[in-house]
Design a protein around this ligand. Structure first.
Ligand SMILES: [Zn+2]
Length: 136
């Protein structure tokens, strides 16, 4: 399944709900975000995203709690990531008995979304350990 197709599946099937107040990332969200960023190929893009990861907050969550989250930065101290668009890295692996894929989405130079889904269409209930995944 292409990354673009995966994103469309998620948006159509789940949607997100906007949090009344942005919240800090959970420990799992933060460790998985760092693991994804570590596998971004472009050095400058990777460094910018690493800076952003420590300042990111969650502003939206998946409406059915699959684990996908939409991120925003609470300040502008980090450089923009270049090219900073699309999905520069995907993690794939087995988690809780099913195949899962986790995609890091960027938007206009910034972290945008950690998306999780099951290729078989099943429901996930949170993000996997970073060590359960292989990164592409
Ligand atoms: Zn979802």
């Amino acid at each position: 399944m292409s990354q673009r197709g995966a994103r469309l599946v998620h948006v159509r099937d789940h949607g997100t709900r906007v949090l009344e107040r942005p919240r800090s990332l959970s420990a799992r969200e933060h460790e998985l975000l760092l693991a994804l960023i570590q596998h971004v190929r472009d050095t400058h893009e990777r460094e910018a995203l690493r800076c952003q990861a420590d300042r990111a907050v969650v502003i939206e969550e998946c409406a059915v709690s699959c684990g996908s989250v939409v991120l925003a930065m609470d300040d502008a101290t980090c450089p923009h990531a270049e090219p900073g668009t699309g999905a520069p890295v995907t993690g794939e692996g087995e988690w809780e008995g099913a195949r899962v894929e986790v995609i890091l989405h960027l938007d206009r130079g910034s972290l945008h979304m950690i998306e999780i889904f099951r290729p078989d269409g099943g429901q996930t209930h949170g993000l996997p350990s970073p060590t359960a995944l292989t990164y592409f």
